[in-house]
Design a protein. Structure first.
Lengths: 104, 241
């Protein structure tokens, strides 16, 4: 599978799912279980991506500068900082810690 | 202004919808910069990065693709596609909600409007639109937010990928931590009650525990089972009255 295959297939899948909603009858959304599963699916995937993006290193786990950076991001989210500030601050914390040689 | 009707004047409807659209649109567009930079850092070229922003156009799914590719390479391709698609399922629900508002009357251009509306149906357009009190405001909110974000997100993606190419080592600039923070930022507003919080914690633990045992990308997909189990049993959820 080439990178282009991945880019095009995933784009087609996501676009197709958006268009699907304009084709199916809206009664589906009013049933509580599918609506709840879809909402929780988003939560589960994003939380899993937070975990892997913070901890994964190759095929193992590494506790490095990403962990304190994520802590700062969480703190800023509690303080209702805008998204771009949160992301930039996390990058700055990780970069600074690595520059100082405190955490790899 | 001489308005004889008790309903809000059309001009104020429009200006409040446009104001909300611009505020949300510009804020969201800004983080296309981080997407562009992270995408080239994960191995995509500028064209592939731009195709994601032009055609996929859904932040969470785009970050998922590059996140999985960055850790698992081409071998993780199927997991990257599945992850992006599963994250995109919520857009189907938004489309169902938005269809009666924005699809408009059938006609020679009806299908084109539906296609564009479908393409622009994302978290932000749905949120701005459904927050407007009138049908007209909802339509304006959807289309203006969509136009601002689509333009801004694609321009900042390009700028980010050009800048990202100048940056050699991703880790030196903390871009790996920025990706983790981006996912946390997308997750945060959804943690509104005990049920999503429990799912988030459960899914994060499942994914972290599975990292050493499975190829990159699969821990994320298996963590989605937590949502399935909790969603179907409605554990910690509100019982229907």
């Amino acid at each position: 599978m080439t990178l282009w295959n991945i880019v095009l297939l995933s784009s087609a899948a996501v676009l197709g799912l958006k268009l699907l909603g304009y084709l199916v009858p809206p009664s589906f959304i009013e049933r509580p279980t599918p609506a709840r599963v879809a909402a929780l699916l988003t939560v589960a995937l994003l939380a899993a991506l937070v975990a892997t993006q913070t901890l994964q290193h190759g095929t193992g786990i590494a506790i490095d500068a990403r962990v304190p950076a994520l802590g700062v991001a969480a703190l800023l989210l509690v303080l209702r900082a805008p998204f771009i500030v949160v992301v930039t601050a996390a990058a700055a914390v990780a970069a600074l810690l690595r520059l100082l040689g405190w955490m790899s | 202004m001489a308005s004889s009707s008790a309903a809000p004047a059309p001009d104020s409807e429009r200006s409040s919808a446009v104001r909300a659209s611009l505020a949300v649109g510009l804020a969201v567009s800004a983080y296309g910069l981080s997407f562009g930079a992270l995408a080239v850092a994960s191995g995509l070229d500028i064209w592939q990065t731009q195709v994601l922003s032009l055609f996929m156009f859904s932040g969470g799914s785009q970050f998922a693709v590059i996140g999985v590719i960055a850790s698992g390479g081409l071998a993780a391709g199927p997991a990257a596609i599945a992850g992006a698609a599963l994250l995109g399922v919520r857009n189907s629900l938004y489309s169902m909600r938005m269809a009666p508002i924005v699809a408009g009357p059938p006609g020679p251009w009806g299908w084109a409007r539906r296609l564009l509306a479908g393409h622009w149906t994302i978290d932000e357009t749905t949120a701005v639109s459904t927050a407007q009190p009138s049908r007209r405001g909802q339509r304006i909110g959807f289309w203006v937010t969509g136009a601002v974000i689509y333009t801004g997100w694609n321009l900042t993606t390009l700028l980010g990928s050009l800048l990202g190419n100048l940056i050699g080592d991703v880790r030196m600039f903390g871009l790996d931590a920025a990706a983790a923070a981006a996912f946390l930022g997308l997750l945060w507003p959804r943690l509104s009650s005990r049920q999503p919080i429990a799912v988030a914690v459960g899914a994060a633990v499942v994914a972290a525990v599975l990292i050493p045992w499975l190829p990159a990308g699969l821990p994320v997909l298996l963590a989605a089972l937590v949502a399935l189990v909790v969603g179907i049993t409605n554990w910690l959820g509100r019982r229907p009255a």
